[in-house]
Design a protein. Structure first.
Length: 634
């Protein structure tokens, strides 16, 4: 047996089927995994549903507890005891996994001989999930120097022997954060921890109603679990210096991503505030003061208040931090927050720097092709800087080549009151062979020596073009296409520059106006103003001004008037191959439809015979297509 899947179930009648369906429909053969469902004395129809699945699928095991445990820990422990799999995966009854998850998870873990493998998490219905540790796949992650401590949920693939030989179970004496205690104990005993970030393994679903993560728990219960984690770190085999750093990493997670975040603001009464502060202080005093030097500055300030038993100061500080913009100034290229609550403490200027908390708030109001440029319009300002100071910022647009990391800079065409317009000239972005590829767009803002750069695009008004709209241009070396698009993972603006050889077009002709239209299906093509169609007759090149460009959702229609061309080709003999191109003979147009004949004009002409007699004959000027080429004939 390769994997044992463990599901604690309690009153999940509306949710459990979606979870089980994702498990029984895996690409891994059913004989290679088992699904252990532990019913914690449900009072709804959950147990009936489990038994129905058990009858249908041989790899489902149903365990019925006789007494409700009050939490998922005890049911999970029951399953660990009977699990036959080489690995154990914990799944909650209101979540589900990707179709290929088990096979990928197992193969990756076996290949890398992993004790624990973190598979990429995906939030559903607005459920927040840890992301920092899933930026890249890593078969051997360091517990202290990585971000994996920021995900202490049990939704991971654990080697069964790791848990059983080290007697790692879920604590049942606490009803909150027991999964954090379990996972940290497993982390500390694991010889190798891996991260697989190339597939969405586990889907955490936000449901209606109260989730355990936000349900009220007594502070002595919650902080008791936190002290258990610190005790486990202290008792581990890590070197002392690494223990201290790991505790600091855990404190960073704890203050920013747990019930302790802004705890004095969450508590409604002074009594509640005092009670929570009492147990928070007990927890912090269990952490050696040496760890304080490794935590983030805003957490170090909180620890200052807590270690000095200053509840009033912490309460004031957390409220000031909510209105941080009021206390921020730019000084010598740094953002400094001078909180009044800290005036009675000897605080260094370094500790008051809040550069790391700042970000650029931006919004793209419009992105538009115009002549030979892409106009990018929007607003941008610093989150921690007041509006008056924001108006002193200067902006630079920065294109960074994704592969070579080369940078190209543009100044705003206009900028006032945090509102900007950049004109990105495509010819400047695509001027040489090394410019081919993807360019990511940033805006760099500077205020009195303080600089911050940000990718933009993920907050924007609706993009008016289709996703494959391109600009066609050329330089001295090649014809190119430039396609703006928004990146898959982060939805930011980039421009993809590629060489362009030819474009297929259907033809349409208006006899009365003598307008010839090139119809480019499934494409939106943008061109410079005053573009031309180049007609190569084999003897000369003739330029026809583009009369009109119609940009429609599913095609582009480019129209020229043929009158002047007909006059210049009046003496064409029988049939001649001609080329159409856009703006340069290199940017060819090919015929999309073969064997098309368009009558351009019919004329009566006088011809003389060899005996010097003349007669009037009628000739038709035609445009023919054959095998993607164009022919002119009369």
């Amino acid at each position: 047996m390769k994997i044992s899947i463990v599901i604690p179930v309690y009153n999940s009648e509306d949710l459990i089927s979606e979870c089980l369906d994702s498990l029984v429909n895996q690409t891994m053969p059913k004989e290679d995994y088992e699904i252990i469902c532990v019913d914690d004395k449900s009072t709804d129809s959950s147990l009936d549903i489990l038994n129905q699945y058990k009858k249908k699928y041989d790899n489902i095991v149903v365990v019925e507890r006789t007494v409700n445990s009050g939490g998922p820990g005890a049911p999970r422990n029951d399953a660990i005891k009977i699990a036959q799999g080489e690995y154990i995966l914990f799944v909650d009854s209101d979540d589900y996994i990707g179709n290929e998850a088990l096979l990928r998870w197992y193969n990756f873990s076996k290949e890398n001989q992993s004790d624990i493998t973190l598979g990429k998490l995906k939030g559903i219905n607005g459920r927040g999930v840890p992301k920092s540790m899933f930026k890249e796949t890593n078969p051997d992650v360091d517990l202290v120097d990585s971000k994996i401590v920021f995900t202490l949920g049990p939704q991971k693939l654990f080697k069964a022997s790791l848990l059983k030989e080290n007697q790692i179970t879920f604590p049942t004496h606490i009803k909150a954060a027991e999964d954090q205690v379990f996972t940290m104990n497993a982390y500390l005993k694991a010889k190798k921890i891996s991260v697989s970030a190339d597939y969405d393994y586990y889907y955490l679903v936000k449901r209606d109603g109260e989730h355990m993560s936000v349900a009220y728990v007594p502070p002595e219960n919650f902080y008791g679990a936190m002290e258990d984690i610190i005790s486990a770190i202290k008792a581990s085999e890590l070197e002392e210096a690494r223990k201290i750093k790991l505790m600091a990493v855990f404190l960073n997670r704890h203050f920013d991503f747990s019930r302790t975040k802004n705890v004095t603001i969450k508590m409604k009464t002074d009594e509640e505030r005092a009670e929570w502060f009492k147990y928070l202080s007990s927890f912090i005093h269990a952490v050696p003061e040496e760890a304080d030097q490794f935590v983030l500055p805003h957490i170090k300030l909180r620890l200052l208040f807590i270690r000095n038993n200053d509840l009033q100061g912490l309460t004031q500080f957390e409220r000031e931090e909510q209105d941080i913009k009021k206390f921020c100034t730019v000084n010598n290229g740094e953002l400094i927050a001078r909180y009044p609550s800290l005036e009675r403490y000897p605080i260094s200027e370094e500790l008051l720097k809040v550069n790391y908390k700042n970000k650029l708030e931006h919004y793209l109001q419009n992105i538009e092709f115009s002549d030979n440029s892409l106009n990018i319009q929007g607003t941008i300002k610093h989150k921690l800087v007041n509006d008056e100071t924001n108006n002193n910022q200067s902006l630079t647009g920065v294109f960074v080549h994704r592969d070579t990391k080369a940078e190209k800079y543009i100044s705003p065409a206009s900028y006032e009151n945090s509102t900007f317009t950049f004109e990105c000239k495509f010819d400047e972005l695509a001027s040489a062979e090394e410019d081919l590829g993807v360019w990511d767009f940033f805006i760099e803002s500077s205020i009195d020596g303080y600089k911050l750069r940000a990718r933009i695009g993920n907050k924007r008004a609706a993009y008016k073009y289709s996703t494959n709209t391109v600009y066609l241009g050329h330089n001295a070396l090649f014809v190119y296409s430039a396609r703006p698009y928004f990146t898959m993972n982060y939805d930011n603006l980039s421009i993809d520059i590629k060489k362009h050889a030819y474009t297929e077009a259907e033809l349409s002709y208006e006899t009365e106006s003598k307008d010839l239209s090139f119809i480019f299906k499934d494409k939106q093509i943008c061109l410079p103003n005053e573009s031309k169609i180049i007609v190569n007759t084999g003897q000369s090149e003739i330029s026809l001004p583009v009369k009109r460009i119609d940009l429609e959702p599913n095609c582009t229609k480019l129209t020229v008037n043929m009158q002047s061309l007909l006059e210049q080709l009046a003496h064409v003999k029988k049939e001649r191959l001609i080329d159409f191109a856009i703006n340069t003979s290199q940017n060819k147009i090919s015929a999309k439809v073969d064997n098309q004949a368009i009558i351009l004009d019919t004329k009566s002409v006088e011809r003389k015979s060899m005996l010097f007699f003349s007669k009037t004959v009628e000739v038709q000027y035609k445009l023919l297509t054959s095998k993607s080429k164009f022919y002119f004939q009369y």
